[in-house]
Ligand binder design. Structure first.
Ligand code: M6P
Ligand code: ZN
Length: 196
């Protein structure tokens, strides 16, 4: 393969050239939010809102390559939760990732397979390291688009099912103008139901 360069517009978050641009709307990510009445209300009143977009560089998903792309999480809330990405583990769990904040403000949520959760606030210039074995999800905690760049190993793969089944143990909720990290009641209930 020949060396090449792509151009990332820090203002819009668009990467060019890019592979297939992914647009995630509310309807296809609705399951990640707690307040299903709020989801239904939004879909009913304003239609299928664009929540986030991913511009991937067109590269072989193979060992040795470094995949990269930009993500734009549009500002907004669903109930009192901020707009967020689906979140995933890497299919090959021992693959890490690097996130670089470019514009806007957000948070990176990370979780291990045993349910340990961490939160890293992100803004322009923040470089967040996602170690191997940690699932990751981002949320836009501000009022402007939250834009970040990510790079990960070509053979990492995306495993969404594991996080759909288990969910993150903590959620980010809006409290006035700040973001609070609180226990996910869905996971807590399931935990106590299993214990009892
Ligand atoms: C980052 C990277 C991508 C990921 C995207 C959106 O850009 O981690 O691999 O696809 O965020 O996250 P998700 O796939 O979890 O919706
Ligand atoms: Zn990843």
């Amino acid at each position: 393969m020949e060396p090449f360069a792509s151009q990332l517009d820090f203002h819009s978050g668009a990467l060019q050239p890019a592979g297939r641009v992914l647009q995630r709307r509310l309807s296809e990510t609705r399951g990640i939010y707690l307040d299903q009445e709020a989801v239904a209300r939004i879909l009913d009143r304003e239609g299928d809102r664009l929540v986030y977009e991913v511009y991937p560089a067109e590269l072989p998903e193979e060992e040795g390559h470094v995949l990269y792309g930009s993500t734009i999480v549009h500002p907004g809330r669903v109930g009192d939760q901020f707009h967020m990405t689906k979140g995933h583990f890497h299919t090959r769990r021992n693959r890490g990732e690097v996130y670089v904040g470019l514009a806007g403000h957000g948070a990176l949520l990370l979780q291990t397979e045993t349910g340990d959760v961490r939160m890293v606030p992100m803004g322009p210039g923040t470089i967040a390291y996602v170690p191997p074995y940690w699932a990751h999800r981002t949320a836009n905690t501000g009022d402007d688009p939250f834009i970040f760049f990510a790079a990960w190993p070509g053979d990492a793969g995306h495993d969404y099912a594991a996080i759909e089944q288990r969910d993150f143990g903590k959620i980010l909720v809006a409290s006035g103008s700040t973001a609070l990290l609180v226990d996910n009641p869905k996971v807590r209930d399931r935990g106590s139901a299993a214990a009892g």
